[in-house]
Design a protein around this ligand. Structure first.
Ligand SMILES: NC(=O)c1ccc[n+]([C@@H]2O[C@H](COP(=O)([O-])OP(=O)(O)OC[C@H]3O[C@@H](n4cnc5c(N)ncnc54)[C@H](OP(=O)(O)O)[C@@H]3O)[C@@H](O)[C@H]2O)c1
Length: 321
């Protein structure tokens, strides 16, 4: 019986950027409330208390984007950071560039405005890391064309407003194309390196070969793997298929027999993957922070891992995202 658990507060290098991150990072897509399933409101004070608690506990990577909550996530995160006396030394604040809410303008000019808006909301003069966000919204050709978002990001890096570039999105093969450009030092994948979907494996291999850091977001698939499939029957923000629900229920049964919360296995599945620099968990209530650290440290024995890995194996084919 092995009870070795990952240390969620251990510092890991972020690829070749020279930056570092704790193994656990804060995800803020719900910090301003969200209409994406599982939709929920978040009172501002709860959001600010969450930021305070994250910093107090020693988590050193905050992940946000221009568009989360139509900018409300960044606004609250900025307020939380101001209340904390500014971004503490050694804490990595990463944001992402987006079109204006409701618009499909992902031009280079929009990317510049997106970064300016984020700098203002977050009270910063520059960012260490900015991701191109959900590039599946435009074609690879448009993204890399003159006047497009990639050119603008390179210019922003050249000008010093941005230290390092990342690409954050869903479709694995598209992200592999971005990694192959050599422009990006970080790739953020979501919902595709979890207990039920490991279709990001080829991307992770490419990234390792290229020295690109992997950030793994949404280890709970957006909530199902922490609250269970009865309460959250969605995976990656959409209704989950019967096969996914059945596999997760079986994983839940295996975990229950072992006295392990399913969420502990889901979180540690990512945290213990040495190819992953940081695992981004969405938290928008202060109590979540201590609970997440507990889940990260909950012992899981080898026999339980072996049974879970068997149930996880079909996830290599993905869940059809
Ligand atoms: N394209 C992209 O770049 C992209 C895509 C997806 C995600 N991300 C990043 O990754 C982060 C994580 O993804 P995610 O938030 O969608 O999914 P997730 O981390 O898999 O799950 C977060 C959800 O689980 C809930 N939760 C967390 N801990 C819990 C606990 N101990 N008990 C009960 N519920 C708990 C959260 O609720 P509360 O909100 O109520 O705390 C939230 O609804 C995002 O916030 C974002 O920063 C990036």
């Amino acid at each position: 019986m092995s009870t070795t658990t990952p240390d969620p507060l251990a510092t890991r290098p972020l690829g070749r950027t020279g930056l570092s991150t704790t193994a656990l990072a804060l995800g803020t897509s719900s910090l301003g409330g969200t209409t994406i399933p599982p939709a929920h409101d978040v009172p501002e004070e709860e959001a600010l208390a969450t930021v305070e608690e994250v910093l107090r506990r020693g988590i050193t990577h905050l992940d946000t984007s221009n568009q989360y909550g139509d900018g409300e996530s960044e606004r609250r995160l900025g307020l939380g950071l101001r209340r904390a006396g500014g971004l503490p030394d050694g804490v990595l604040l990463a944001t992402k560039v987006d079109p204006l809410p409701g618009s499909d303008d992902f031009s280079g000019a929009r990317v510049r405005r997106s970064v300016q808006e984020s700098l203002e909301r977050l009270g910063r003069e520059r960012f260490d890391l900015v991701h191109l966000h959900d590039p599946e919204r435009i074609s690879f050709e448009d993204a890399t064309a003159p006047g497009g978002p990639v050119e603008a990001l390179l210019a922003l890096r050249e000008e010093g407003l941005v230290g390092h570039l990342g690409v954050a999105g869903g479709p694995v093969d598209l992200l592999r194309r971005y990694v192959a450009t050599g422009v990006f030092e970080v790739v953020l994948t979501h919902n595709r390196l979890t207990l039920v979907d490991s279709s990001a494996e080829p991307l992770v291999e490419d990234a390792a070969a290229a020295g690109v850091a992997v950030v793994n977001a949404a280890p709970y698939g957006g909530g199902m793997l922490v609250r269970g499939p009865d309460e959250v029957p969605t995976y990656c923000y959409r209704p989950a298929g019967e096969d996914v629900l059945a596999r997760v229920r079986e994983m839940q049964r295996v975990c229950e027999e072992a006295g392990v919360p399913l969420a502990a296995a889901a979180l540690q599945h990512s945290l213990r993957d040495e190819r992953v620099a940081a695992t981004v968990v969405g938290m928008s209530a202060p109590g979540r922070v201590a609970r997440t650290l507990e889940l990260a440290r909950h012992p899981v024995d080898d026999a339980t891992w072996a049974r879970l890995e068997e149930l996880a194996a079909p996830g290599r084919a993905g869940v059809g995202l």
